[in-house]
Design a protein around this ligand. Structure first.
Ligand code: AMP
Ligand code: MG
Length: 539
């Protein structure tokens, strides 16, 4: 804390109470006619924060701005390949407009823009980043309140730097399927509405090893209350632009956190504590299902505590807390599974530093970090309690969890299968867990039986199975599953994508008809295959 000097600011913001009423009045039957055109488009971010005076334009620094107006680039030959009926129903939209979702002519009322933000990447301040290939179409009202619709991969913006503003089919499928799967797992996340194949070939060096090749382009339409990130605030603080920082904080609190105030230290602290707590919940949920984000840079941290920017993420197959899916991260493994809570705290500390200029007494910001730690510990204990079917988490349960963690790492053990089998164990006998181990000949059976007996006596032979079945999913989007979907889609066959999309809408259900295909350990072919165990940021 304290790297940035601060000054006390006059508090002159007036709350615009009339706004919500205006929105309510505009909510008419027309909105529910079922098309994107019939939605009421709002443009609050553009209306309430300072922007770029130029429209579009080439890559450049855009000081003092929160956004730049930019039009999506139309796709040469768009086809709507994936559609989330669930998300669409929440929006009150029955069918997609392929042209619009493929970056074509905007709908009347849209005021599309790219957001400006900065970020710490792999622990180092990277300066201005911004939406290099994401373009927000606008905000619309839906069942859950107002949400932002954003196209990812729809062309260059002033923040594209040296890149093309496009996204390839493989990474778009990974974002579409995984964000929808996470939602149904109960993990806070941005969502996906559609995936449009653009019909445009895009050049990528997938593993950054000089092997460049053309891949198919795609655009995902993603949805969230907002795409404001930690880095959205950092960029203004880093340049000493306190005025813009203050305006953005006011807009954010008023629009997205209306129960908080921004006029004094106490209000700001309460708001930041909420962000810290939402982030703690998100990371605890990642740990529960074995998700590794892979690029927890501060520009990839949502202020809503949502999983955002699906890139080289992965799912634990064998339980290895040191694993990171991201080959760019292979030397320090900064973003490894077991370090995600600490990294979240580190990122929150950077957000707090960015708020120093707005605080009369910046020392109070330290309390927000404690609130993250307390909240994460609570969720983490609850998580273990649910995963193990305990009625409550007691301090002496820590040994049980610690011993389990080390046993799970002793030989290669599939996390998802292990916990799912544990849900239906009828006696403390490792025999029933055999299929969770990769090599059945090396299972340390005696050690397992000892642990199982300790657990069994802790739960009096009656684990809370309902809680276990809701905490231990049967199906997650393992990398090799996504890869099979991608392999087929790249040949024009989206049926695997569709069946995974459907399967993962009910990840806690048995779905016995899918067991043989998808309730499986990582197949040998996937062990060293690019896209399965190795992923890069190239997307
Ligand atoms: P990420 O870590 O993938 O979320 O991206 C980091 C930064 O790079 C963000 O500012 C992105 O907008 C930008 N970026 C990534 N890929 C591209 C691309 N193909 N074209 C333009 N900008 C990109
Ligand atoms: Mg990003």
């Amino acid at each position: 804390m304290g790297e940035i000097s601060f000054e006390t600011l006059p508090l002159c913001f007036e709350f615009d109470c009339a706004f919500d009423e205006q929105v309510q009045n505009r909510r008419t039957a027309a909105q529910y006619m079922g098309t994107l055109e019939s939605l009421v488009w709002l443009n609050r971010f553009v209306g309430e924060t300072p922007g770029d005076s130029e429209i579009g334009g080439s890559s450049r620094q855009v000081p003092h701005a929160c956004w730049s107006r930019v039009l999506p680039t139309p796709s040469p030959s768009p086809t709507l390949e994936l559609w989330s009926k669930d998300m669409a129903a929440r929006l009150g939209v029955q069918r997609g407009n392929t042209e619009v979702l493929g970056g074509g002519v905007p709908i009347k009322g849209m005021d599309s823009y790219a957001q400006r933000y900065g970020g710490h990447q792999f622990g180092t301040w990277a300066g201005q980043l911004g939406d290099g290939r994401a373009i927000t179409l606008g905000e619309v009202e839906c069942q859950d309140g107002v949400v932002e619709l954003q196209l990812k991969g729809a062309g260059k913006t002033p923040y594209s730097r040296f890149a093309d503003g496009k996204a390839v089919l493989r990474s778009s499928i990974r974002e579409f399927l995984c964000s929808e799967a996470m939602h149904h797992l109960g993990v806070p996340t941005t969502r996906a509405l559609s995936l449009v194949a653009t019909g445009e070939p895009i050049m990528r060096d997938m593993m950054y090893d000089g092997n460049r090749a053309y891949e198919q382009g795609a655009i995902v339409c993603r949805v969230a209350p907002s795409f404001i990130r930690f880095g959205s605030f950092q960029i203004h603080s880093s340049t000493g632009d306190v005025e813009t920082l203050k305006t953005l904080v006011e807009h954010t609190i008023r629009t997205h956190f209306p129960f908080h105030s921004h006029g004094n230290d106490a209000g700001l602290i309460a708001w930041l504590c909420q962000i810290a707590e939402d982030t703690a919940l998100m990371v605890a949920q990642w740990m529960r299902v074995g998700f590794v984000h892979g690029v927890m840079n501060t520009d990839n941290m949502s202020i809503h505590g949502l999983t955002i920017d699906y890139g080289p993420y992965g799912w634990l197959e064998d339980y290895n807390p040191g694993w990171t899916p991201n080959t760019t991260d292979s030397s320090t493994r900064r973003y490894r599974y077991g370090q995600q809570p600490q990294i979240a705290a580190w990122n929150i500390a950077r957000l707090l530093e960015a708020m120093v200029p707005l605080m009369a007494d910046a020392e109070q910001l330290h309390g927000v970090l404690s609130s993250f730690t307390t909240c994460f510990d609570q969720h983490h204990n609850q998580m273990w309690s649910d995963k193990l079917g305990l009625t409550e988490f007691r301090s002496d349960d820590e040994d049980l969890v610690r011993n389990l963690n080390s046993l799970l790492q002793e030989v290669e053990t599939d996390m998802t299968i292990f916990f799912r089998l544990l849900c239906s164990l009828q006696s403390p006998d490792a025999e029933a867990l055999t299929s969770a181990f990769y090599d059945e000949t090396t299972i340390p059976k005696q050690a397992w039986n000892e642990w199982l007996e300790a657990w069994w006596s802790r739960v009096d032979g009656q684990p809370v199975r309902e809680a276990m079945l809701q905490a231990n999913p049967k199906y997650v989007l393992r990398n090799w599953m996504a890869q099979l979907a991608i392999d087929a889609a790249e040949k024009g066959d989206f049926t695997v994508c569709e069946s995974l999309h459907e399967l993962l809408q009910n990840p806690y259900d048995e779905q016995p008809e899918h067991e043989e295909q998808w309730f499986q350990k990582r197949p040998e072919w996937a062990r060293h295959r690019v896209g399965c165990s190795m992923l890069s940021c190239s997307s």
